[in-house]
Design a protein around this ligand. Sequence first.
Ligand code: Z5A
Length: 227
Amino acid sequence: MADANGLFVSFEGGEGAGKSTQIRRLAERLRGLGHEVLVTREPGGSPGAEAVRHVLLSGAAEMFGTRMEAILFAAARNDHVEEVIRPALARGTIVLCDRFMDSSRVYQGVTGNLEPDFIEALQRVAVNGVVPDCTLILDIPAEKGLERARKRASADAAPDRFEKEELQTHEKRREAFLDIAARDPDRCHVIDAQRKEDAIADEIASIVERRLEAADHMAAVRPEVAQ
Ligand code: Z5A
């Protein structure tokens, strides 16, 4: 459990899978039920991490190598966790985060060819114990996701550092996210993101509402958890 009071939900998957769309919808639904909700994203989410986001997505750090990029992602994540996510969870807020630690495992680890031990050591420092209670992996064939992302982008917007990579690399990432889900079934749920927005939103809401009920139940049977 990420924190004694709030609930930490991360959204993962390839480009154009619909993460931002579904986060918006879930936030609206949960706020309608009276919950306090924080929507945030990575890289970014805190002033320091947003500055690093620009460096990473513009490709300015690419020439220094994947290892350097991985460390920058981790530095941004640690700032985001300590400045934003941990305090929000401590206030009892539901935190919805667009990408988190699994993106580093996939983009820098699997397709960036960095050793798993190096990635996991960085993660430990970056998250410092704040791990999502629930991760929703939006799964879509890479080609379809990229097509959606391209349609959304304005005609003159250049693809970012990661979007411009080969289709094969994007497919490898899809497999890597599915592999993470298979290894951590208590935390991760794979969502078929090829369906209509409404069907996806309903499935996500029911998963998160179940998690909230379970968290309430835990707090009721172990009152010290909520302190
Ligand atoms: N990165 C990394 O390498 N390491 C890390 O540790 C972290 C990140 C944290 C951040 O990009 C980049 O950083 C990312 C990985 C890397 N790589 N890239 N590129 P970003 O934040 O700019 O973008 P993104 O995370 O990849 O998301 P996205 O491309 O913006 O897509 P999305 O949020 O999943 O999708 P969307 O914006 O909700 O939807 C895309 C379009 O599809 C839009 O027009 C929607 O209206 C439409 N849509 C959504 N759902 C549907 C359905 N169900 N049907 C039809 N159309 C739909």
